[in-house]
Write a protein that binds this ligand. Structure first.
Ligand code: GLA
Length: 729
């Protein structure tokens, strides 16, 4: 297990429980990729580097070096010297040319893993993870590049990051620094990515790989609603339990690219990193640039294994919050209940009714500050609007606490409204290109967080409010994408650094927040789920998944999200009907069951919904308390997918010790003349006996998994059922 260097073969071998990753050194010192896949029991070798396919090998024949580089499977391709596939590193020298070439210098293997300066990053103890650092150099540029690999044995995860240092005399410009590359032979791969839009984020899409480049990316300054920093290559026919999966996910929340390229020889290069558009980083002598971390997962047991590996990895090695495995209070958020039209009385009315139903926290959403009665003003003026919150915030919080609820609050700290005191005072704090009127989006501009005093001001506003009253929860929102990428703070040479500096500013603010308020429950959000990514999970244990709370739309959105992220991180609420976005009516019970596959809460006016629905809330809250630990910590299995193929949807969460399993079944469309359906459970003990909760029915684990459980077909669309099987032998 772990990482070793096999001197006689000049290869590095990284083993996790079920995977092996092999890196080899060529005679010239190129760092080549040999293999990533199923665990090798013995030592690997380097024949897959194909170094003997002369006449191209440079040590044999310099004449055809470019042909060699354009085929050689490399760990970290550099641009400008003859490998015409996608490069990971483009460096411009002082004379204006781009070209770099890296040769192996030294390596270091150790137990444990360091964080990445200024960036979110995975972590693990010396028992969990080993790290390999390969130092390469370009002596002509005076550039040192450290390729870092960390092998997390139990989760079958390998993370990668790259650090670039100027060890020479000239001022270099980094025009591209990706974080990971996988060069492989093509196994008739299909590409699986997550795509969407506002209110329909992260829907699974899949298609065959063709020659040339296929990519997903964002240049929007955030990971985005539309595309997601995730890509998986899967062998044909890969399903939940079968097939091979090579996946990459990015611990970063800004611009990214995830790309696969099939070359002229039919091999594959998969890369991931910060998008090079609008990016240019100055690297002066002595300076270092740290690229974010990419997470690599390989599964030989289909998508389900990949999913569970990601879930375990993010729960154990990325999310830091004390709430990671702690019970989250059942909250009610007033956004869809009132929008901007609320005051203390209305909120207290909601709180009283919520308390009766067993709800545990009131979250005051957008509209409590400045003169904000609509979305077109006051971002940046984070003082309480006392026309609405009539006796001030501490008093409101105290009253809500007295009712018996915790209090939570919404912020959008990264923004500045053109109609705000802040903008009138500091128009230069908005991101904009000098001489050009910046484009508004939702009537707002973005604060230039590369400017330390702007970031500090925004942070202090949040912290001052939190210090003014016992506030248990913050929803940190971010409601527009970035454009007009210019900063009046940065000099002309540094404008290409703005987007990454913006992200570093966001991370710095959130780090301060979690350090200063360690008990705070933080939920990130971005116009729904536009910044649902591993970067944000490092700071907040949960992220608002989508503005669409329609139970049916959520099936697709949550299926795509749960493909990678644990249910404990998925912000999910029971909304009102007809749903505000799609106008659909779904049963209250179904809305509850769908929200249970996430953090669970309410997004409706509890004082206005019908008696019958209100009456169901205490029961739903009870169900949440009963199963939340299982949902938070268990193994997730996707048993059927409405969005892909079936008239029904079904997932299961099984306890890691196989002591129980909760199955959620949604009959999306009723079908005429149907018999009961069979659902095959997973993750149980073959020989164990399981009783279906609330009945006397007992089945063996083997029966439930091999023969299946019968789900009756009943009348009615959008209906749902929960089945809990508890071990009883
Ligand atoms: C975003 C969020 C919503 C709500 C509004 C408030 O759209 O996703 O939940 O907070 O902003 O303006």
């Amino acid at each position: 297990m772990g990482i070793s260097y096999i001197e006689k073969k000049k290869i590095f071998q990284m083993d996790t429980e079920n995977t092996t990753y092999l890196i080899g050194l060529s005679p010239e010192g190129y760092v080549g990729h040999i293999y990533y896949g199923r665990r090798l029991k013995g030592e690997g070798s380097n024949y897959l580097l194909r170094m003997n396919e002369a006449p191209y090998t440079p040590s044999v024949n310099q004449r055809e070096k470019s042909s060699f580089l354009d085929f050689f499977p490399t760990e970290y391709p550099t641009g400008g010297i003859g490998d015409y596939r996608e490069s990971c590193l483009d460096v411009r020298n002082e004379r204006g040319s781009i070209g770099s070439e890296l040769f192996f210098k030294s390596y270091h293997i150790r137990k444990g893993k360091d964080g990445l300066e200024g960036l979110p990053a995975s972590f693990g103890s010396e028992k969990d993870v080993e790290t390999l650092e390969i130092l390469c150099e370009d002596s002509i540029l005076g550039l040192a590049v450290t390729l870092s690999y960390s092998a997390f044995e139990k989760c079958d995860i390998i993370t990668r990051s790259v650090k670039v240092k100027n060890i020479g005399e000239q001022h270099l410009k980094l025009e591209k620094v990706y974080s990971a590359c996988l060069d492989m032979d093509n196994k008739e791969f299909e590409m699986l990515t997550l795509a969407g839009s506002w209110a329909r984020e992260r829907c699974i899409q899949r298609g065959k790989i063709r020659f040339g480049k296929q990519l997903v990316s964002s240049v929007k300054g955030e990971s985005s609603h539309q595309e997601h920093p995730f890509m998986a290559l899967v062998t044909e026919g890969t399903a939940q339990e079968t097939g091979e999966v090579y996946a990459m996910n990015f611990i970063y929340s800004g611009n990214f690219i995830a790309q696969t390229e099939m070359s002229q020889f039919g091999n594959i290069r998969m890369v991931m990193g910060i998008h090079s558009d609008y990016f240019c980083w100055n690297l002066r002598p002595g300076e270092t640039f740290q690229a974010p971390e990419a997470v690599l997962a390989y599964s030989a047991e289909g998508l389900g294994r990949m999913t569970r590996n990601f879930h375990d990895f993010y729960r154990e090695h990325l999310i830091r919050s004390p709430y990671k495995y702690g019970k989250r209070p059942v909250l009610i958020n007033n956004w869809e209940a009132t929008y901007f039209d609320f005051d203390s009385e209305k909120l207290l009315g909601i709180a009283r009714e919520a308390k009766k139903a067993g709800i545990e926290m009131l979250v005051m959403d957008d509209g409590w500050f400045g003169k904000r009665n609509f979305d077109d003003s006051s971002l940046g003026d984070w003082t309480v609007n006392e026309e609405k919150i009539t006796s001030g915030l501490p008093d409101l919080v105290e009253k809500v606490n007295k009712i018996g609820l915790k209090f939570g609050i919404w912020f959008e700290p990264e923004m500045i409204s053109p109609d705000s005191e802040l903008y009138r005072k500091h128009p230069d704090w908005a991101i904009q290109i000098a001489g050009r009127c910046p484009s508004q989006s939702r009537a707002q501009y973005v604060l230039d967080l590369s400017r330390p005093e702007a970031a500090d001001y925004a942070y202090r506003c949040v912290a001052d409010i939190l210090n003014s009253a016992p506030i248990a929860y913050v929803k940190w929102d971010m409601n527009r994408q970035l454009c007009d990428i210019g900063s009046s703070y940065l000099d002309k040479e540094s404008q290409g650094e703005l987007l990454h500096r913006y992200m570093l500013g966001v991370y710095r603010m959130q780090e301060r927040l979690v350090q200063e308020f360690p008990d705070l429950l933080l939920e990130n959000c971005s116009g729904g789920g536009a910044r649902f990514d591993p970067g944000m999970l490092y700071y907040s244990p949960q992220i608002w998944c989508s503005d669409d709370v329609d139970a049916l739309e959520r099936l697709k959105i949550q299926e795509g999200t749960a493909l990678i992220y644990p249910l404990s991180s998925i912000g999910a609420h029971v909304g009102d009907c007809p749903n505000h976005i799609v106008g659909r009516n779904t049963p209250f019970e179904t809305r509850g069951h769908v929200a249970l596959a996430g953090t669970f809460g309410y997004e409706l006016d509890i004082t206005k919904i019908g008696e019958e629905e209100r009456g169901q809330i205490p029961g739903q809250v009870e169900i949440y308390h009963k199963y939340q630990e299982l949902v938070q910590k268990g193994d997730y299995y996707r048993l059927a997918s409405w969005s892909m193929e079936k008239p029904y949807d079904c997932w299961e969460v099984a306890a890691k010790d196989a002591s129980c399993a909760l199955v959620t079944y949604i009959q999306v469309l009723a079908q005429p003349n149907m018999h009961s359906r069979v659902i095959y459970l997973r993750g149980l003990e073959d020989g164990g006996q399981y009783r279906l909760e609330g009945t006397e029915e007992v089945y063996s684990g083997e029966e439930l998994m091999k023969c299946g459980y019968l789900i009756p077909s009943e009348k009615g669309d959008f209906r749902s059922w929960l089945y809990c099987f508890i071990r009883c032998d």
